[in-house]
Design a protein around this ligand. Structure first.
Ligand code: NAI
Ligand code: MG
Length: 501
């Protein structure tokens, strides 16, 4: 099928995997959709169909949720010790690591990202996430609490808290890091003892479906993890609204995040959201310029700008502005854009025709509003969804390209004159996901970090992720934190137990 011509021999396990229509995982079995329908997933480097996938809808979601409910309410999973649960999650990490190359290739074919990046970042980060969370399974402890109840004088109580799993969790993930987003979601849910129905993005369902096969191999009981691929408006909406789901976790657009909140009101299921961003990356004039220029380029061009935390507003202190713009534009021009399978490629295609149109539309609007491109600015003609790495200058703060998330390799470079003005402008966004600061001045760095309204602030670095470091948004960038110990609060609930002695 539609695999880009490439100097790399594709792993036969991968070609075999995509040769057959892929089924969905419900209650430990691989099944077709109730409707019998399938949908295509595309190779974004060629625009051709890569594989056919079972198209989940309301009926399949219902079966999957009931399987997860049974596994949570009465299955062997709920009787396992925390250590046994942790061991299964660790085993899954081992299996994923053993299949590193296969997963990296699937990710490149389905999403478009360079194979070198999938090998160095996506798969190892997913492995590490599962290991980190495996360790937490045995450490979810409650507390003992001294009581002083005023209306039972003389009574003595023994009171303590338990941290229990929230139950059946629906998880809806996007296409920008398909495997890693599955790991961010599944790891803490399983460590906490929840059961899951995962809906991967329709653009990139393959790595999650391959991961599904490893759950059985690791020894997870049937129904603990169910994977239902399908479209957002159908399968996703049905999962968000399902009455037997106790919690929904979503990563994607702020627009759909709001729909999820509405859908969740029926049974008031718990909701966590990791949404969009328009993150400011701030270069002060005293920064190490080489590091700041390289960092600013990678902040926006990593993963083709398809990162919720992309450093898409580059604020530079005026005396350094020309140098930084020239430096980032020069790096942009040297980026080799091509098929992710080619080892020389730095940047692959955008994930879909729709995303290509969206990004090109923003470029047109930006230019029409008066922005200029210091590099790039156009689609790359030919097959596949390629766009030039772009540095925009001469923008105004009210422009759409400065206000809205583009989710492509497009940065607006903006000069500033003093720190007060910078903070007002950097915080002038409905989003608050991440921010970057480049300076040698430790005091200025931490003062600025405190005043930026963002869930993550990187100082003299950008896009640094670790399973132990919480990640999530202020303002309309989301509710709750992924990773670190914070995420476990989203998958557990506290039970207070009080005994009169
Ligand atoms: P999206 O928010 O529509 O898709 C994300 C996930 O939500 C997918 O699994 C999709 O099937 C599901 N979904 C869509 N509509 C749904 C609904 N009504 N109910 C339940 N689930 C639903 O994002 P899309 O359209 O792929 O990308 C649009 C924009 O969203 C991007 O340009 C970018 O700005 C932003 N985005 C942000 C991401 C992040 O990491 N925060 C990831 C992907 C997109
Ligand atoms: Mg695809």
């Amino acid at each position: 099928m539609g695999i880009a011509p490439s100097p790399i021999q594709i792993d036969s396990r991968v070609t075999d995997f995509i040769a057959k229509p892929r089924k969905m995982l419900i209650d430990g079995k691989w099944v077709n959709a109730v409707s019998g329908k399938t949908f295509p997933t595309y190779n974004p480097a060629t625009g051709e169909v890569l594989a056919q996938v079972a198209e989940g809808d309301r009926a399949d979601i219902d079966l999957a949720v009931k399987a997860a409910r049974k596994a949570f309410d009465s299955g062997p999973w709920s009787r396992m010790t925390a250590s046994e649960r942790g061991k299964l999650v660790w085993k899954l990490a081992d299996l994923l690591e053993e299949h590193m190359e296969e997963f990296a290739t699937l990710e490149t074919l389905d999403n478009g990202k360079p194979l070198t990046v999938a090998r160095a970042a996506d798969v190892p980060l997913a492995v590490d996430l599962f290991r980190y969370m495996a360790g937490w399974a045995t450490k979810l402890e409650g507390t003992t609490i001294p009581l002083s109840v005023p209306y039972t004088p003389g009574a003595i109580y023994h009171a303590y808290t338990l941290r229990e799993p929230v139950g059946v969790v629906g998880q809806i993930i996007p296409w920008n890091f398909p495997l890693l987003m599955a790991a961010w979601k599944l790891g803490p849910a399983l460590a906490s003892g929840c059961t899951v129905v995962l809906k991967p993005a329709e653009q990139t369902p393959l790595s999650a479906l391959r991961l599904g096969e490893l759950f059985a191999e690791a020894g997870f009981p049937d129904g603990v993890v169910n994977i239902v691929p399908g479209y957002g408006e159908t399968a996703g909406a049905a999962l968000a609204a399902h009455d037997l789901v106790d919690k929904i976790a979503f990563t994607g657009s702020t627009e759909v995040g709001k729909l999820i909140v509405h859908a969740a009101t029926g049974n008031l299921k718990k909701v966590s959201l990791e949404l969009g961003g328009k993150s400011p990356n701030v270069v002060f004039k005293d920064a190490d310029m080489d590091a700041a220029i390289a960092g600013a380029a990678s902040a926006i061009f990593f993963n083709h700008g398809q990162c919720c935390c992309a450093g898409s507003r580059l604020y530079v202190e005026r005396p350094a502005f020309d140098r930084v713009v020239e430096g980032v534009a020069s790096k942009a021009k040297k980026i080799k854009v091509g098929s992710g399978l080619d080892p020389a490629t730095h940047m692959g295609p955008l994930v879909s025709e729709e995303q290509l149109q969206r990004v090109c539309n923003y470029l047109e609007i930006g230019m029409a509003e008066g922005a200029k491109a210091a590099s790039g600015g156009r689609r790359i003609d030919g097959k596949g969804y390629f766009v030039e790495p772009t540095v925009l200058v001469e923008t105004k703060d009210y422009m759409k390209v400065v206000q809205e998330e583009i989710f492509g390799p497009v940065v607006a470079a903006i000069p500033f004159d003093n720190p007060e003005e910078l903070l007002t402008r950097a915080n002038d966004s409905v989003y608050g996901l991440a921010a970057g600061i480049w300076t040698h001045d430790v005091s200025k760095a931490h003062r600025t970090a405190a005043l930026l309204r963002a869930g993550t602030v990187w100082i003299n670095c950008y896009n640094i992720f670790d399973a132990a470091l919480p990640f999530g948004g202020y303002k309309q960038s989301g509710w709750g934190r992924e990773m670190g110990k914070d995420v476990l609060n989203l998958y557990t609930q506290t039970k207070a137990v009080c005994t009169r002695l």
